[in-house]
Design a protein around this ligand. Structure first.
Ligand code: NAD
Length: 253
């Protein structure tokens, strides 16, 4: 079999970039989608992948646009001749107390963080064959906990395990697996944003309450993505796996 090919959305930063690099180290070629309107520089991911000995094609796209999502999956097949894995990682985080939340804010969040994942899997599954796998990135906010002032984010993230369980059953006869990753606190541009998330100080404080004594690294989530798409997890499908340093199993003090 020629080297597998993975499609990763949100690949210009944070967890998505770490996934691209982790795949490169494992000989998996990457087609990374990035949102051109964001400040992240896609050439950084390209460089890191190449330094790790891998191959990467970065494509501007938007998970809220079905045609652009289809084009990303088609670009993977055009460039590398196949598509094996889809990692629906792109996500948006905004703070919005319910009484101040407009329909537009709610719809934008659901459009990116829930419907965007469906679009990613719909476009990619046109090409993925036997032995392939898909992974969605949820969150402990919604996946496990509630989060005040972030009900739209939590609702979108809570939808992902249901989406993945259903697709696991739907695609099982084709030999394609689908799982959800539920990260806890991971240091990335998203969590370092003090307006919409915890920010650096909040992360440092939260790290002390995590049993393993620190917040997580994007590379640790990336390793789990590689496991859940690789042969080592060939009998795991429809599952939601929490990666949080023990945060959600800690007895409250
Ligand atoms: P990040 O902000 O670095 O990454 C999110 C990426 O998604 C960015 O590159 C952004 O440009 C991209 N994106 C946003 N809207 C998009 C759109 N419409 N189309 C295409 N791309 C779009 O932060 P991250 O922490 O690496 O986030 C990756 C995923 O992990 C997200 O789904 C996030 O919700 C989830 N997550 C993060 C944490 C954490 O603590 N960092 C915890 C739980 C879940």
């Amino acid at each position: 079999m020629s080297q597998p090919v993975a499609l990763v959305t949100g690949a210009a930063s944070g967890i998505g970039q770490a996934v691209a690099v982790a795949y490169a180290k494992k000989g998996v070629r990457v087609v990374g989608g990035y949102l051109a309107a964001d400040s992240h520089d896609p050439s950084q991911t390209q460089r890191l992948v190449e330094e790790a000995g891998g191959e990467c094609l970065m494509v501007a796209m938007d998970v809220t646009n079905s045609a652009s999502m289809d084009a990303l999956a088609a670009a993977a097949v055009e460039r590398f001749g196949r598509l094996d894995y889809a990692v629906a990682n792109a996500g948006l985080l905004r703070k919005a107390p319910l009484l101040q939340m407009s329909d537009e804010q709610w719809n934008e969040m659901l459009n990116v963080d829930l419907t965007g994942v469906m679009r990613t899997f719909r476009s990619a599954s046109r090409y993925i064959g036997e032995g392939g796998a898909m992974v969605a990135i949820s969150s402990i906010a919604g996946g496990v906990y509630g989060w005040q002032d972030h009900s739209h984010y939590a609702a979108a993230k809570a939808g992902l395990p249901g989406l993945c369980r259903s697709l696991a059953v739907e695609f099982a006869s084709k030999g394609i697996r689908c799982n959800t990753i539920i990260p806890g606190l991971i240091e990335t541009p998203q969590s370092l944003d003090s307006k919409n998330s915890l920010g650096a100080d909040g992360l440092a404080k939260a790290g002390k309450a995590i049993p393993l004594g620190r917040v997580g690294r994007a590379s640790e989530v990336a390793d789990l993505v590689c496991y859940l798409t690789g042969r080592e997890s060939s009998y795991i499908t429809g599952q939601s796996i929490i990666i949080d340093g023990g945060l959600t199993v800690r007895w409250p003090e």
